[in-house]
Design a binder for this molecule. Sequence first.
Ligand code: NAG
Ligand code: NAG
Ligand code: NAG
Ligand code: NAG
Ligand code: ZN
Length: 488
Amino acid sequence: MLHCLLRRGCSPLLCLCLWTLLLPLVSLHQLDQHGRRSHSVRERPKLLLVSFDGFRCDYIDRVPTPNFNILIREGVMVEHVENAYITKTLPNHYSLVTGLYAETHGIVANEMYDPALNRSFSMETDSIYDSRWWEEAVPLWVTVQKAGGRSGAAMWPGSDVKIHGMFPNKYLPYNASVSFESRVERVIEWFSAPKEEAVDFGVLYWEEPDESGHKYGPQSSFMDRVIVEIDEKLGFLINELKKAGLYEKVNLIVTSDHGMTQLFADNIIELDEYVERDLYTWVDKSPVVGILPKEGKLDEVYNKLVDANPNMMVYKKEEIPEHFHYRHNVRIMPIIIEAKEGWTIVQNRSGPFMLGNHGYDNTLHSMQPVFVARGPAFRQNYVTTSMHSVDLYPLMCHILSIPPRPNNGSLLNVKDLLYPEPTAPAPTIPPRVQEYSYAPVVGSFLGVVMVLGFLVVYIRQVTLRQLPSLKHRSREMSQPLLQEDLHL
Ligand SMILES: *[C@@H]1O[C@H](CO)[C@@H](O)[C@H](O)[C@H]1NC(C)=O
Ligand SMILES: *[C@@H]1O[C@H](CO)[C@@H](O)[C@H](O)[C@H]1NC(C)=O
Ligand SMILES: *[C@@H]1O[C@H](CO)[C@@H](O)[C@H](O)[C@H]1NC(C)=O
Ligand SMILES: *[C@@H]1O[C@H](CO)[C@@H](O)[C@H](O)[C@H]1NC(C)=O
Ligand SMILES: [Zn+2]
């Protein structure tokens, strides 16, 4: 269009004029191509990640769960989520918010010993508030805040610990006595705060059905009632989101850290039968036991255990199967013992006995968590078969429009859960300078049409108004312009 005009000999002044008017349009499109979203056009995406501890994937099939069903109908479900080894609470909650296997994020168990720090870590002590345990990785709430967003955390493991110098903008110090309902109320407050203060990313944790699962065992009919109660709690959350006008805005992900399997009182492995206690320190508990042999006793302990009992696998650290991604960290003990599903490892039988447990091989169906999600980013009524729990991290970063840190997940594995967004390129993809897009062409075309239209009207007006006073000037002077008009 412009070339035609130039060839027809339009005046250099007119061209300059056109370019000046068009330039802002062109640069606006360049901004869009770099993935920047205008705040006046689009609100920041919102995301709430909820974990019901120990909610096994098939719990929703054993009793009516109308509220889970609403989310599945209005959103997505993944049938098989392979979580991270070991299938314990702290390692998996940290994997969910970092996208890393435990060997990389450093929270390798609920009970740990770090030989470099010469420190022990236990869920039962204040050691969990020592930042050093958590700083081998960066949780998503920190990354969100460093990217200029805001986050809020209600009791998520690690969220009340200062990590890389930061707490979540809003958080609750861990207190198991605070009800689910009051946790929800706080989270709703944080999301509905005035624009500058509202959180973009929230995490919410609830201790059940894990506690009941340990106590009664997943096969117990007592668990039916517990699952119904969790579904009612989900219903409460949905209702509060609706009341606050957040239900259509917030992307809600409901998942868990791990499943639960039934234990049997006869399926007990007593280590005292095989190896003397003074040869090793017992670091992490059943069903994946971390053994720290005393100085120089590694081979002796290993040899005493390796063929001792067919219901346990004994690995030297370097023999731990590759697919567990559970080797490369000093906090993983020189020997680990993994019980077969349903078996419990103790030193002797004097301790308390649980009826349900988790921690086993992460490829076992019983260890897999539930996964449902709903919101503006997600497709509707869509069920897919599988994902890895580490894939959730790049998915969340994509939804939040922030660049993910290096991780072990894959956005490609889970992208089918989302609505395709052809006009908004993912921020993870570096902008290609030569990328072809219709937008600038269409924009420029519209710009040219608008500007020329304006010129036509303007010139007509000027010419008509000036015609009477043109007596003294040459008629030819205005002629080319008028001809140009006629050809448009
Ligand atoms: C590790 O710490 C303990 C006290 O917690 C101390 O007795 C021991 O000597 C320390 N070991 C090393 C190698 O520093
Ligand atoms: C924990 O929460 C309960 C219930 O809200 C409260 O009574 C108690 O004081 C809290 N404990 C601490 C240490 O804040
Ligand atoms: C079992 O271990 C405890 C210490 O954990 C000990 O006090 C007790 O005597 C042991 N019982 C038997 C029968 O060895
Ligand atoms: C997991 O991701 C981290 C960070 O990119 C990387 O260092 C590590 O090697 C990855 N682990 C595996 C098993 O690929
Ligand atoms: Zn548990």
